[in-house]
Design a protein around this ligand. Structure first.
Ligand SMILES: *[C@@H]1O[C@H](CO)[C@@H](O)[C@H](O)[C@H]1NC(C)=O
Ligand SMILES: *[C@@H]1O[C@H](CO)[C@@H](O)[C@H](O)[C@H]1NC(C)=O
Ligand SMILES: *[C@@H]1O[C@H](CO)[C@@H](O)[C@H](O)[C@H]1NC(C)=O
Ligand SMILES: *[C@@H]1O[C@H](CO)[C@@H](O)[C@H](O)[C@H]1NC(C)=O
Length: 401
């Protein structure tokens, strides 16, 4: 593995005209150099997971769908469900991550840790389609930030675990907390060279998407010192449409899908088909239809354990005082029921403003509704709007790189 690689240098043929070169340079400032490094970071983690020992792991699509239908009483305590007990889970795990920093300029003082949601792995933040047109990482690097995108514990190239008992939100939150602690202490060799071990940052901002935002929110609830800034994308505190969203995903066992999913055990489930991905992630008129197939092909699973614990800490009001941004597509199905402006309340502009009360001490708390966008903010036509709003927010609130 190379220590550093610009993994997508512009491929310029010798016949390209100066004008075309200039146009490319002007159109793509993000093609400025980047140093990226794939890492495997060992962590020791202990968490109080939910005791699902009474739940047999669904082995087939039929068994999974029955599990799913039996647990759709969102927001209501099912009559036959015992009050949840916790059980300690502990282990030594490996986290797969990609660290990037700009190859020019002074070393970044601010690191953004990027946590993906359901349906994707860490490539969501650095999506290769159309020569990385949609890369959030490139946007952050062009503004001088360093980024670390990780595969949530249990998924992608991170350690694979029991998808019912282990891969749950509490364990993922503790893994993110430990990762953050190690990086803050300078004990992670981010650049893959021992001489560079000890890279330290003044500030660490956590950026999430969807369930990844729920993980960041829960991290803020369990350890407010872990975050110097919070950016939750594709997220809200409204839970009314969550079941609709989950049903729309048409989840199926991952392993039988083959390809890069072949090694996933029963209990790891993926978005079932391109139509399901479309339904949950892309709003009409706001995306390139040709991105649906590559976005589906990049799919990574979720687990029975994540589905059962997705609302971990969601009812806690945060005590964080750090700048906090919530930015979600106006037409997000899962978090806004396809229209954040449909509030039925003349004094409430957008459903996203309901997040304010969960961040009573954050200075500031800013909810932004991205006009026309769906849930998959990084992959739609307005991604520059979203990215620009995120960097504006960070830079105007003391989190400049
Ligand atoms: C990191 O690994 C991914 C595969 O998971 C690969 O696509 C990418 O090119 C690698 N990046 C670097 C910088 O080696
Ligand atoms: C309408 O929204 C405002 C602002 O959030 C809130 O104070 C008020 O209670 C809401 N009214 C109703 C009827 O829900
Ligand atoms: C939420 O906070 C934003 C930014 O501070 C403010 O503009 C908006 O009016 C607030 N909304 C509610 C419902 O409190
Ligand atoms: C968000 O981006 C749009 C489009 O670039 C811009 O008009 C708007 O002012 C931005 N808002 C914030 C808060 O940065």
């Amino acid at each position: 593995m190379p220590r550093f690689s610009n993994h997508h240098p512009p491929s310029l043929s010798g016949t390209m005209s100066i004008g075309a070169l200039l146009a490319l340079a002007l159109a793509s400032p993000v093609l400025a150099g980047r140093n990226c490094q794939n890492l495997t970071i060992p962590v020791h983690v202990t968490a109080a997971n939910t005791d699902l020992s009474g739940l047999p792991t669904p082995q087939t699509d039929v068994e999974f769908t029955d599990f799913f239908l039996s647990n759709l009483q969102h927001g209501r305590q099912p009559r036959d469900m015992p009050s949840p007990k916790t059980v300690d889970v502990t282990g030594d795990y490996k986290l797969a991550a990609t660290y990037c920093e700009p190859s020019d300029g002074s070393p970044p003082k601010v690191l953004q840790i990027l946590t993906h949601g359901i349906g994707f792995g860490r490539s969501y933040w650095d999506f290769a389609y159309n020569d990385y047109e949609y890369s959030y990482v490139n946007h952050a690097l062009a503004h001088g930030y360093a980024t670390l995108a990780w595969d949530r514990l249990g998924l992608g190239e991170s350690s694979r675990l029991d998808p019912v008992k282990e891969v749950q939100l509490p364990l993922e939150v503790e893994a993110l907390r430990e990762l953050t602690r190690l990086i803050r202490a300078g004990s992670v060799d981010l650049k893959g060279t021992p001489a560079n071990a000890g890279t330290k940052f003044d500030k660490i901002v956590h950026v999430g998407h969807s369930l990844g935002s729920s993980v960041v929110y829960a991290l803020a609830a369990v350890d407010k010192t872990a975050l110097d800034g919070i950016v939750l994308t594709g997220w809200s505190t409204v839970t009314d449409f969550m079941d609709e969203g989950f049903v729309g995903l048409h989840l199926e066992q991952a392993g039988p899908k083959g390809g890069h999913l072949a090694d996933y055990a029963p209990g790891y489930v993926v978005v079932g088909d391109v139509t399901a991905l479309h339904t949950d992630f892309f709003a009409p008129g706001a995306y390139d239809p040709a991105i649906l197939e590559p976005a589906f092909a990049a799919g990574e699973p979720t687990t029975v354990g994540e589905i059962a614990t997705g609302s971990y800490m969601a009812n806690q009001k945060l005590e964080v005082t750090v700048p906090s941004l919530v930015i979600t597509g106006q037409k997000d199905l899962i978090f806004c029921g396809t229209d954040c402006y449909g509030t039925n309340n003349a004094s409430l502009h957008s459903l996203l403003e309901l997040v304010n009360s969960s961040f009573p001490l954050a200075k500031p708390i800013l909810p932004i509704t991205v006009p026309g966008s769906g849930h998959g903010l990084n992959l739609d036509d307005n991604h520059e709007y979203t990215y620009g709003n995120i960097s504006n927010f960070l830079m105007s609130n003391g989190l400049s790189p």
